[in-house]
Write a protein that binds this ligand. Structure first.
Ligand SMILES: Nc1ncnc2c1ncn2[C@@H]1O[C@H](COP(=O)(O)OP(=O)(O)OP(=O)(O)O)[C@@H](O)[C@H]1O
Ligand SMILES: [Mg+2]
Length: 455
């Protein structure tokens, strides 16, 4: 009561969950710790490429923020003998204690902790490689009780190398950026901080590459959810609960991995998807409503800052419930190579800019590329095959485009399976964005909210 200081404990575990603030403080302090300290702990996280310095047990460090000095102490105590628990807790109890002068309390609590969290995220993103998680164990857990297995994710795809219409690409990038920076917006509007993308189009048009580009762009981890390995809605929910924030949760080929059409028809699923079925009530199948709950229901908000991406080769096979507005925020049609995508591929594989290619050839390419209906994967293959001889690569590419173009005109196929639908979706989505950006503008006017609870 008479002390001029106040103390805040930030323990490693909050109940049984990890306290993210503890991790943030640890990372933050590791960046400001001077090598002159006598005793430091050194750690390197799995899949990380850097070593971090940390405060040793029961050591302390002084930090200053806005000319205010604070003291951090790392407190480690032995946990008392454990009573029976489902999951044993670590033997040591760890935490940081922050000591500040009472008069600095408001300033510190309002901005210092927020500053630490942000700084820690930045450091983490810079130092750590992305992770790719999969659930291929068919529901079993590993020794640490985790249903996900992870490997370092080093996919080189970026938005720069992604061949698609530049305006569309920019729109997706803006959307992602708005999302990642939109914490205040989501809080203020009472929306869960998540976003859904449906990527659809023929095989080889870059759906998976787009997901990798998204992860690289935002610095998020990827959870690749293999639905055929999940046996029930409750298992699905558990998997979701074990994903971390700042992640992309991917379900590829959603039309193949689950029978999502005709929710109420009671049709049996095909034998190869025997574990996936319609609402049967016996709890051992995944149902469409289970999946929708996964992305939309209350459970989907048990973390934040998450992006759901579904991919499909056959959008027409998906249940309208999955497509209805608001479910997947953005529908992106990945289609055959157009002229702008072709130019990106020439740059990727041959290092050619527009002016490096003969004008005539370029014109011919432009005139035939749409008709040819070649996927970016097809074009890439031709270019890779001939990449030692760039001139030849361009020539071969043109030949291939022409021969495919002639074939296609005869067959007279449609370019994008849902051309009209696509226009409509883009309009809807633009409307939604207009509303969203209006809200963001409002937010700028009112300024950041004072969302810290002052006692
Ligand atoms: N839009 C694109 N931009 C750049 N490269 C692409 C693009 N589309 C495809 N490719 C190339 O083709 C390969 C296959 O593409 P990707 O796996 O992304 O296609 P997909 O749409 O996911 O196909 P599927 O429907 O079969 O899963 C990639 O490794 C990439 O090199
Ligand atoms: Mg794919």
């Amino acid at each position: 009561f008479f002390s001029s200081h106040c103390y805040y404990d930030i323990t490693e575990l909050d109940g049984v969950n990890t306290n993210e603030l503890y991790n943030a403080v640890q990372i933050y302090l590791s960046s400001s710790i001077s090598i002159s300290s006598n005793r430091l702990t050194l750690t390197r996280a799995v899949n990380s490429s850097t070593i971090t310095f940390g405060l040793s047990n029961n050591d302390s460090i002084v930090d200053t923020f806005n000319n205010v000095t604070v003291l951090w102490e790392h407190v480690v105590t032995q946990r008392q003998t454990q009573t029976f628990a489902w999951r044993p807790l670590p033997e040591e109890k760890r935490g940081f204690t922050l000591r500040i002068k009472k008069k600095d309390k408001i300033l510190i609590l309002n901005s210092y902790l927020e500053f630490i969290v942000e700084k820690a995220n930045e450091i983490r993103r810079k130092s750590q490689d992305r992770l790719l998680y999969t659930n291929t164990r068919g529901g079993s857990l590993d020794s640490r009780g985790q249903p996900w297995e992870s490997v370092p994710f080093k996919h080189p795809s970026t938005f720069e190398t992604l061949a698609m219409d530049p305006t569309k690409k920019q729109r997706i990038m803006n959307d992602l950026k708005d999302f990642a920076e939109g914490q205040m917006f989501y809080e203020r509007t009472g929306r869960a901080w998540k976003r859904g993308y449906l990527l659809y189009g023929p095989p080889g048009t870059g759906k998976s590459s787009m997901i990798a580009a998204m992860a690289n762009y935002l610095g998020y981890d990827i959870y690749d959810l293999e639905l055929t390995e999940v046996h029930s809605n409750s298992e699905l929910r558990k998997l979701l609960m074990k994903t971390s924030s700042k992640s992309i949760i991917v379900i590829e080929d959603i039309d193949c991995s689950i029978n999502l059409t005709n929710r109420n028809s009671g049709l049996k699923t095909s034998p190869e998807h025997s574990n996936l079925g319609e609402e049967s009530g016996n709890g051992d199948t995944i149902t469409l409503s289970g999946l929708l709950n996964f992305t939309d229901g209350l459970w989907s908000c048990c973390g934040s800052e998450r992006i759901f991406v579904f991919t499909s080769n056959h959008i027409e096979r998906l249940d309208p419930a999955l497509l209805r507005s608001g479910r997947m925020d953005m529908h992106v049609c990945m289609s055959y190579c157009d002229f702008s995508s072709l130019k990106i591929l020439l740059r990727n594989y041959l290092g050619y800019e527009e002016e490096d290619v003969d004008d005539e050839v370029l014109k011919e390419m432009e005139s035939v590329v749409e008709k040819a209906e070649m996927t970016p994967a097809d074009v890439s293959e031709v270019l890779i095959k001939n990449r030692r001889d760039k001139e030849k690569a361009v020539r071969e590419c043109l030949v291939e485009l022409k021969s495919r173009g002639e074939g296609c005109v005869k067959v007279g196929k449609l370019r994008c399976q849902s051309g009209n639908l696509r226009e409509l979706e883009i309009m809807e989505e633009e409307e939604k964005r207009a509303i969203d950006s209006q809200n963001v503008d409002d937010e700028v006017k009112t300024g950041p909210e004072d969302n810290f609870c002052k006692d």
